[in-house]
Ligand binder design. Structure first.
Ligand code: IDP
Ligand code: MG
Length: 153
């Protein structure tokens, strides 16, 4: 099973969409392996958004992530990284397809509801960045055999 990082961004907290977004991942059949509320630091965000450091909007994007605490989640499932990225949709909420999280809840490139890891390698690095080892939980939900065929897992 793969694990991936999702961050519910400040825009999501402020707009009262926490339950809606978490509910989508739950209904899909992803397993919540870790979750906490945390106030991110500029230092941590500089690391997290290092790929944007040459962009004019780098500082603005980081500041937008510190408007209020965020909720970081670890979701687990078969192909979880790809599944969650597909559920998030395109970066720009105005271009993201209806039915995706950004497509349904965002009108913005920056204020786009969630962060989702973009590859398995990134997910591993990002989970370590935001969670301590003991904050990620191993357990098997009783409904696992209703979610997957026995040759899938
Ligand atoms: P992603 O979140 O879809 O993986 P990235 O390119 O990794 O997109 O960018 C990280 C975050 O930076 C985006 O989710 C968005 O909040 C912000 N961002 C990306 N491109 C722009 C832009 O052109 N203007 C403003 N903010 C941007
Ligand atoms: Mg990204």
């Amino acid at each position: 099973m793969e694990r991936t990082l999702v961050i519910l961004k400040p825009c999501t907290i402020e707009r009262g969409l926490i339950g809606e977004i978490i509910s989508r991942f739950e209904k899909k059949g992803l397993k919540l392996a870790g979750m906490k509320m945390t106030w991110l630091t500029d230092e941590l965000l500089s690391e997290h958004y290092a790929h944007l450091k040459e962009k004019s909007f780098f500082q603005r994007v980081k500041d937008a992530m510190r408007v209020c605490p965020v909720i970081v989640c670890c979701w687990e499932g078969l192909d979880a990284v790809e599944v969650v990225r597909a559920m998030a949709g395109k970066t720009n909420g105005r271009l993201a397809a209806p039915g995706t999280i950004r497509g349904d809840y965002s009108m913005s490139v920056q204020e786009n509801i969630v962060h989702a890891s973009d590859s398995l390698e990134t997910a591993e690095i990002e989970l370590k960045r935001f969670f301590k080892e003991e904050e990620i939980f191993d357990y098997t939900p009783s409904y696992i055999w209703s979610l997957y065929a026995n040759d899938e897992i």
